[in-house]
Design a binder for this molecule. Structure first.
Ligand SMILES: *[C@@H]1O[C@H](CO)[C@@H](O)[C@H](O)[C@H]1NC(C)=O
Ligand SMILES: *[C@@H]1O[C@H](CO)[C@@H](O)[C@H](O)[C@H]1NC(C)=O
Ligand SMILES: *[C@@H]1O[C@H](CO)[C@@H](O)[C@H](O)[C@H]1NC(C)=O
Ligand SMILES: *[C@@H]1O[C@H](CO)[C@@H](O)[C@H](O)[C@H]1NC(C)=O
Ligand SMILES: *[C@@H]1O[C@H](CO)[C@@H](O)[C@H](O)[C@H]1NC(C)=O
Length: 293
């Protein structure tokens, strides 16, 4: 008998716990690995306790995958795990084909730090008033990308043509700028009535606005939590929902702090192996329990 007889009650409690979690595991605490047609891998998770805690509560898998920020739910178009980028789309923003009133794009501080829009995402502020900060004190925040100017946007997009055709009056100002501008100044402060955002801006040379790709590309960073070790041992990286400490999810009912144990926990048959292991512990504990009574 290898149980330390000095702590039979602890073992008993522990065993009960293992049995209980084994029994409740059937209801499934597994981490979903897809949402719609989008793969969900580390550092992301759509179920609480899955992925990295830094990205907790950011994804919402309802009908589709949504990225949740204080300003709304943005549909996730794609996640590229190689380049560590995620493309999201704000259905309420304007594009070349639809004019919609502006709406701030707001990220939490953690989101801005962990997954800021990539440098190849350009925000176009449209129909700005002549008092707009980006036409005055902050005019150096505006630039032309890949030889494109705002005039072109007004000229070739159905949605923006109304700004182009104002008789003799020149078109209202517009500004191509980076995320930092909209991060620090709300649309009301910027004093522009509409905005759109364009990705892949480095490769749009010679392409007209109707062929641009509208959306926001976020460039995420990988938290240093030691997930490699866990996934190499066959586990899924997650975290404790109370402490947010890293947890290696070995199966739906066995968690470990770093990696899944060698041998019995690996490969198929997790359920039966662990269940009989738990039963063995349970029987052992009962014996010890009887012995001391
Ligand atoms: C393992 O961790 C997940 C995520 O935190 C949690 O939902 C689950 O209850 C844990 N299981 C056990 C057996 O502790
Ligand atoms: C998830 O996103 C959808 C789509 O915008 C929204 O209707 C729903 O309320 C969101 N759910 C949560 C829990 O945020
Ligand atoms: C453009 O901006 C002006 C104020 O600067 C506003 O009065 C006007 O309604 C805006 N145009 C559209 C189409 O929203
Ligand atoms: C952008 O291009 C337009 C038209 O070619 C030009 O008038 C404007 O000065 C340029 N702006 C910047 C910031 O280079
Ligand atoms: C347009 O400009 C012409 C000449 O510059 C002027 O005669 C005409 O009244 C202007 N029309 C409008 C609508 O401002």
């Amino acid at each position: 008998m290898w149980f330390p007889t000095t702590a039979p009650l602890t073992i008993f409690n522990l065993t009960t716990l293992i049995i209980l979690s084994t029994l409740t595991a059937a209801s499934g605490s597994n981490c979903r690995t897809t949402c719609g047609d989008i793969a969900i891998n580390y550092p992301f998770g759509v179920d609480d306790g899955c992925g990295a805690p830094q990205y907790r509560h950011m994804l919402n898998c309802s009908t589709n995958l949504f990225f949740t920020t204080p300003s709304g739910n943005y549909k996730v178009q794609s996640i590229d795990y190689k380049t560590k980028t995620m493309v999201i789309y704000d259905p309420s923003m304007s594009t070349c084909s639809i004019l919609q009133p502006h709406h701030d794009f707001i990220m939490t501080d953690i989101q801005s730090a962990m997954m800021p829009p990539s440098p190849d995402t350009v925000f176009a502020l449209i129909n700005c008033s002549i008092d707009s900060p980006v036409l005055n004190h902050y005019k150096n925040l505006c630039f032309n990308f890949s030889d494109h100017s705002c005039e072109e946007l007004y000229g070739s997009c159905n949605a923006f043509r109304l700004f182009h055709l104002v008789a003799n009056v020149s078109s209202p100002p517009c500004c191509f700028t980076s995320y930092d501008t909209v991060k620090y100044m709300s649309m009301n402060i910027l004093d522009c009535t509409h905005y759109t955002s364009v990705i892949n801006t480095d490769s749009l040379k010679g392409l007209g606005p109707s062929d641009w790709v509208y959306g926001i590309r976020l460039s995420y960073s990988m938290p240093e939590t030691g997930c490699d070790r866990c996934s190499q041992s066959g586990g899924t990286c997650g975290f404790d929902t109370e402490t947010e400490g890293m947890t290696c999810l070995c199966s739906s009912y066995v968690n470990s702090t770093r990696q899944c144990g060698a041998g019995s926990y690996e490969g198929g048959g997790h359920a039966s192996t662990t269940f009989s292991h738990a039963l063995f512990l349970f029987t052992g504990a009962l014996l010890v329990f009887k012995m001391i009574l």
